[in-house]
Design a protein around this ligand. Structure first.
Ligand SMILES: C[S@@+](CC[C@H](N)C(=O)[O-])C[C@H]1O[C@@H](n2cnc3c(N)ncnc32)[C@H](O)[C@@H]1O
Length: 257
């Protein structure tokens, strides 16, 4: 399956549980307590080996990295590190950045959902760029982050590295698919789990970077269309994984390579 066809099918964000701040419950701590009592959801702090921004900055500054893409720009804290690159694409339907900050090269600020960006890019034919580094930090919902990975892999240059944010929730309550807590990872943790299962050719590392972990993925193959071809099966497998089981085995998942 071609990437254009895939993203034509899935460019639909109408039902997206947006990551807006409107859905916080005022009584978040009571909610945590209730979930803990009902499901034994205990707080499992990370043992941080780094801070995610350090991991990202080090890579952006590496001489091998010339072309970068980020889904989820927000205030542009990460994107602004990219001023010396050749190309820095930032995608966000609702970025919160000063008007002129990213209006000239190397920046390309795409004010749209990432699915729409990928559909438009692949529909336009063979892209005239390939990515050395990508940071997936858009909508914190499994299928959306998975499709971000699929789109990025199809655009990968040899040696491309992909970082996925928020893959190590500290308790199950913050991994809910709809945001109702202040710190919110959503269920992005499912993405590295399905990659390890369906794509053993990829190297998928989980790193305890503060605050909520990173997946670092290498060995990308832009010609590999397995995740597109078997998308429904991949999503069904990922949705079948249980967050409490993932939390209980989190250290083992981090240790696995
Ligand atoms: C956690 S913030 C990104 C932080 C940023 N990467 C940084 O390091 O400073 C998440 C952002 O994802 C954006 N977002 C939500 N849905 C999206 C989508 N479908 N595609 C791309 N970005 C999305 C939100 O508007 C929000 O600004």
């Amino acid at each position: 399956m071609q990437a254009a066809e895939f993203f034509r099918t899935y460019d639909d964000t109408s039902a997206a549980p947006w990551s807006g701040y409107a859905n916080y419950v005022a009584r978040e701590n009571e909610l945590y307590q209730a979930v803990a009592e009902l499901y034994g959801d205990v707080q499992r702090p990370l043992k941080p080996v780094s801070i995610y921004k350090e991991e990202l900055t080090r890579r952006i500054r590496s001489p091998q990295v010339r072309r970068y893409l980020e889904t989820g720009v927000s205030t542009g804290e990460s994107l602004r590190i990219c001023a010396d690159l050749e190309l820095a694409i930032g995608i966000d339907p609702a970025p919160n950045v000063p008007p002129d900050l990213f209006d000239k090269p190397p920046f390309r600020l795409e004010k749209k959902p990432s699915d729409t960006f990928f559909r438009e890019t692949f529909e336009a034919g063979t892209p005239d760029f390939a990515l050395d580094l990508a940071f997936i930090d858009g909508l914190h919902v499994f299928e959306y982050a998975l499709r971000d990975f699929i789109g990025v892999e199809a655009l990968a240059a040899p040696g491309c590295e992909v970082l996925i944010h928020d893959v190590l929730p500290r308790r199950a309550a913050e991994a809910a698919r709809h945001r109702f807590t202040r710190p919110w990872t959503g269920d992005v943790w499912r993405v590295p789990m399905v990659l390890r299962h369906f794509r053993p050719d990829l190297k998928v590392r989980l790193v305890e970077s503060a605050p909520t972990g990173l997946a670092i993925i290498t060995g990308l193959d832009p010609a590999n269309s397995l995740l597109m071809e078997r998308y429904d099966e991949v999503v069904a497998y990922g949705m079948g994984l249980k967050v409490l089981e993932f939390m209980a085995a989190r250290d083992a998942h981090v240790a696995a390579v």
